[in-house]
Design a protein around this ligand. Structure first.
Ligand code: GAP
Length: 446
């Protein structure tokens, strides 16, 4: 029997994430900091694997894409030109009784306050800027004011010419980036879904103005294929075409990719056609010529942009939600079964690819088993565990989604073979130690 994480099971996932070292509450020993989270050792591996898989797929393996890693604090003129200082706002209202603040577009202001229950009403909406302010150097005044980036995109526009020229790229081509962004969200929450510092991966794909529709369709399909690779079921996704009037004024088409989270249908990723809005704004504000001359036709134009954007934390969240399974599985006791929790991560994303488990802690087994783990680790992340019964160790590896458990037993000393257990089928196979590396490579597909 298989049970998916249902609408009410976020608590289960948050609990597993903490118990197994994926995600911890931030600043925990000081009572935490609201809506701040730390990735633990396994969450860090999972996040890196997501980021690496994305980078390989969209940057390294492509001829038309290059990456950058820009500064988080940019010249404030960037944010002025991009419109962030004026328009990167959410409408904020405040309960007249308890003064709790809400996003006006997320509550019904005719109803009681969700925090204190009072029906005293809310203040008129006012725009609240989401950019995080800081000061450069020792003077804390307007001349020293700077901002932590609210998105990655602006660096790709600002560096467009430098990247295009140094890498001799011809339109169409893209500039990709991964990294932290900061937004002073009014209502963060739902675990790592909405936080004030978060991880983003996105690219700006520069195209000829007449060809944006074709590229838009192409990237929409690429985003679907990426989600398939992440193990996301199609029925959990909604491709929401943003209507006229709802889109940014410069965008002729935007698709929000939404997901059925246990807490409701909400945004996961976005795909936006941004026209030449950003490059033109930076041309006006900086005085630099950011246009492109086609070397074949000699046509000079400001490229248009298609922007696929992927929240990393939201990717990790849905990868965990999709991977989570509970099922009845036989125990070591004859005829008995128990509920096993298994994270069926796509193998490329799993924090560990294999775990080496000696049947006993005795040095004659633990010695060669440790050596085997060390050898396998040269190629991929491998856990080693010699504590508790083998059944409990299997359950732990299931809960952290390790695709293969490699059991080293007393027979291994004679037959130079180990038992390999498959996470998903729980089938066991005897494999020669000399063949193990090839076996894993074949089974994992990498
Ligand atoms: N450059 C375009 C851009 O930044 P966005 O829709 O504002 O677009 C991109 O953000 C993605 O970043 C979202 O689709 C979502 O995955 C993620 N994201 C946005 N705000 C977030 C937050 N407060 N916490 C976690 N992820 C967030």
């Amino acid at each position: 029997m298989i049970a998916w994480v249902g609408m009410n099971d976020m608590d289960k996932l948050v609990s597993l994430a903490k118990r197994r070292g994926f995600v911890f509450p931030g600043s925990d020993i000081y009572g935490g900091l609201a809506n701040s989270w730390d990735y633990g050792p396994l969450g860090t591996e999972l996040k890196r694997n997501i980021m690496d898989a994305w980078w390989k797929r969209f940057v390294t393996r492509r001829d038309d894409m290059v990456g950058i890693d820009a500064a988080i604090i940019m010249n404030p003129k960037v944010w002025e030109a991009s419109g962030h200082l004026d328009a990167f706002t959410d409408p904020l209202v405040e309960c007249k009784k308890c003064h709790t603040r809400f996003r006006a577009d997320q509550i019904d202001v005719a109803k009681a306050c969700a925090h204190c229950g009072a029906k005293d009403g809310f203040t008129e909406p006012k725009n609240f800027n989401l950019m995080f302010k800081t000061f450069l150097g020792s003077t804390e005044d307007a001349t020293a004011t700077a901002y932590l980036r609210g998105e990655l995109a602006q660096a790709m526009f600002v560096d467009f010419k430098l990247v295009g020229d140094t890498m001799r790229k011809r339109v169409p081509f893209g500039i990709a980036q991964q990294g932290k962004c900061f937004r002073n969200e009014i209502t963060p929450g739902n675990f790592i879904f909405r936080t004030r510092e978060f991880n983003l991966m996105e690219f700006e794909y520069f195209v000829h103005p007449d060809e944006w529709q074709k590229h838009f369709e192409y990237w929409l399909q690429e985003m679907k294929d990426w989600l398939d690779f992440c193990g996301v079921k199609k029925e959990n996704l909604v491709f929401h075409e943003i209507e006229d009037g709802e889109r940014a004024h410069y965008s002729a088409r935007t698709v929000d990719i939404e997901y059925h989270y246990p807490f409701g249908q909400k945004e996961l990723y976005g795909l936006a056609y941004r026209g030449d809005y950003d490059l033109k704004k930076h041309i006006e504000a900086s005085g630099e010529d950011l246009s492109y001359t086609d070397p074949v036709t000699n046509q000079k134009y400001v490229p248009h942009v298609v922007e696929p954007t992927f929240g990393i934390d939201r990717t990790l969240l849905i990868v965990m939600l999709e991977a989570y399974h509970e099922e009845e599985a036989p125990t070591a006791e004859e005829g008995e079964s128990a509920t096993r929790v298994v994270m069926r991560f796509p193998k490329e994303l799993a924090p560990y690819k294999a775990a080496v488990l000696p049947l006993s802690k005795k040095p004659e087994l633990s010695g060669p088993a440790r050596e085997l783990a060390a050898r396998l680790r040269m190629k991929r992340a491998v856990d080693y565990d010699e504590t508790q019964s083998i059944g409990k160790r299997y359950r732990r590896q299931d809960e952290i989604g390790t695709p293969f458990c490699v059991t080293f037993d007393f027979e291994s000393l004679d037959d130079k073979a180990v038992t390999v257990r498959d996470r998903d089928t729980m089938k066991q196979e005897r494999v020669k130690i000399d063949d193990l590396e090839t076996y894993l490579a074949t089974q994992l597909g990498f």
